[in-house]
Design a protein. Structure first.
Length: 411
C-alpha cells in the first residue's frame, strides 16, 4: 500500500507526496481503517481542531465519513471516494500538525513542524481488524437517557424507565447539543471562588435553561446561579413549580419585560433561547449593555426586516414569500453578529443541531474581548446597512453606545 521508507522528510506539507499519500491510503477499500488529523486553535476561518475519517457503507455503497470537531461539538459529512482528494487538499491548507493514518497493514504517524517540514514514521498496525463500515453508531450524549432519568422525566422527555418519548426525540437531541455549546463557553469563563451567573431573557418554559443549570451544577460540578425572566405569568409559575420539584435552589424566575429587569450583579452569561422577533435583539442588547462576558442567542421567528427589503436587484428572491422570509432571517442574524463584533465580542454563528430536529437551529455565540469598535467591522456594517437601506432594531436599542462607534469611524 505504501512504499515509503521508515522515516520520510518532506519540505512542504502541500506537496503532492503528502497529499497523494493520504488520498491513496483513504481510497484503499481493503485496508484503510481510520484517519485522525489534529491542529491547534487559532484559524478563525476554519474552526475545526480535529478531523477523523473512516469508511462507511450506506445502501450498499462505500463512502468516507468525515467528522469535524470543534471542542465538544462536531458535524458529520459523508463523501464518495472521488471527492476525497478535494477534501484532503482543503484540509492540508489549515495547519494540521499531527496526522495518524491507520490501516490493517501498518500505521503512519505524520508530524508537521512549525517550519512546514513533514516527518513521517511507520509503525506496526494497531487496528488489525477489518474496517467497521456501519453507518449508524450509538451516539453518546451529555445527558444520557438511561442515567439522568429523573431530570429528563421532569422536563417531559423520557418516561419512568428512561425511554425517550416518541414525539420528544428531537427535543432530546436539541437539549444535548445545546449543552455541548454551553460547556464550551463555560470553560472559557474560568471563574473561581464564586458561582457563574446566568440570565435567560424570555425564558419561556426554560427547558434548555434547566438543562444548562443541571449539567453545569450536577455534572461539571461548577457552582451556578440562574435567573429566568418572562412576561407570561403562567409560564413563570410553571417554571417555579419545576424548579421546586427538582430542588434547583440556585434558580430564580421573575415576571418582567427584558428592558425593565435590572440584575443585582453583572451576568457572566446572557441567554436568549427562541425569543420571538425583536425580543432576541432586546436580549442581546441588554447583554452588551450589562457587559456580559458571554452572549448566546438562538433566534426564533424574525419579522422585523421582512417587509423592509426593497432592493430591486433581489426581486427574484423577495417576490416569493418563503424566500423573502429566509433572506430576512439571514440578514437579521448577520447584523446581530456584526454588531456584537463591533461591540468587542468574538462572535460566530453556527448550526448547533441538525435541521431534522428543529428548524430553529441557528445559534449566535459571542465572547467578550477587550477591543471595541473595530474599524474594519464598522466599515463592513455601514456598507451593509446602507445597501439595504435599513436601521436594525438592535442598533436603535443600543443607542448612544453604538452610535459612538459609528461616529468614531471615518471612511
Amino acid at each position: 500500500m505504501w512504499t515509503e521508507e521508515e522515516n520520510i522528510k518532506i519540505k512542504n506539507r502541500n506537496t503532492r507526496n503528502l497529499r497523494d499519500l493520504l488520498i491513496d491510503g483513504l481510497k484503499d477499500s481493503e485496508t484503510f481503517v481510520l484517519l485522525i488529523m489534529s491542529r491547534k486553535k487559532g484559524d478563525y476561518d476554519f474552526p475545526w481542531t480535529k478531523i477523523t475519517v473512516r469508511p462507511v457503507e450506506i445502501k450498499g455503497k462505500r463512502f468516507l465519513q468525515f467528522k469535524y470537531f470543534e471542542s465538544l461539538k462536531h458535524i458529520t459529512k459523508n463523501y464518495e471516494p472521488n471527492q476525497v482528494g478535494e477534501k484532503i487538499i482543503e484540509t492540508l491548507s489549515h495547519n494540521f500538525s499531527e496526522i495518524h493514518l491507520h490501516s490493517t497493514e501498518k500505521d503512519l504517524h505524520i508530524k508537521i513542524t512549525r517550519k512546514g517540514n513533514v516527518l513521517i514514521n511507520k509503525g506496526k498496525p494497531t487496528r488489525r481488524m477489518k474496517p467497521d463500515l456501519s453507518h449508524d453508531r450509538i451516539k453518546e450524549y451529555p445527558l444520557d437517557s438511561k442515567i439522568h432519568i429523573k431530570f429528563l422525566q421532569a422536563i417531559g422527555i423520557v418516561n419512568n424507565i428512561g425511554e425517550i418519548k416518541p414525539n420528544m426525540h428531537g427535543k432530546f437531541v436539541q437539549v444535548n447539543e445545546f449543552i455541548r455549546s454551553i460547556e464550551i463557553m463555560v470553560k472559557k469563563l474560568n471563574i473561581k471562588n464564586r458561582p457563574i451567573r446566568i440570565i435567560d431573557y424570555g425564558c419561556g418554559k426554560a427547558y434548555l435553561t434547566f438543562a444548562a443549570y443541571y449539567y453545569i451544577k450536577e455534572i461539571l460540578k461548577i457552582p451556578v446561579n440562574v435567573t429566568g425572566i418572562d412576561t407570561n405569568e403562567d409560564i413563570i409559575a410553571k417554571a417555579i413549580d419545576l424548579r421546586d420539584s427538582l430542588n434547583c435552589e440556585e434558580m430564580a424566575f421573575f415576571i418582567s419585560r427584558i428592558e425593565e429587569f435590572e440584575p443585582e450583579e453583572t451576568p457572566d452569561m446572557t441567554l436568549s433561547l427562541h425569543a420571538c422577533d425583536t425580543a432576541t435583539d432586546e436580549a442581546i442588547s441588554r447583554g452588551i449593555m450589562l457587559n456580559s462576558k458571554i452572549i448566546i442567542a438562538v433566534p426564533c421567528c424574525q419579522h422585523e426586516l421582512h417587509h423592509k427589503l426593497s432592493e430591486p436587484l433581489f426581486k427574484p428572491i423577495t417576490q416569493h414569500g418563503i424566500l423573502r422570509e429566509r433572506l430576512a432571517d439571514i440578514i437579521t442574524d448577520s447584523l446581530r453578529a456584526s454588531i456584537l463584533r463591533i461591540m468587542g465580542y468574538r462572535t460566530d454563528v453556527i448550526e448547533f443541531v441538525s435541521v431534522e430536529h428543529t428548524t430553529k437551529n441557528v445559534m449566535i455565540r459571542a465572547f467578550k474581548t477587550t477591543k471595541t469598535c473595530n474599524d474594519i467591522v464598522v466599515a463592513e456594517y455601514r456598507r451593509f446597512v446602507d445597501f439595504w437601506g435599513i436601521t436594525p432594531a438592535i442598533q436603535i436599542m443600543l443607542g448612544e453606545r453604538f452610535e459612538k462607534c459609528l461616529k468614531n469611524y471615518s471612511e
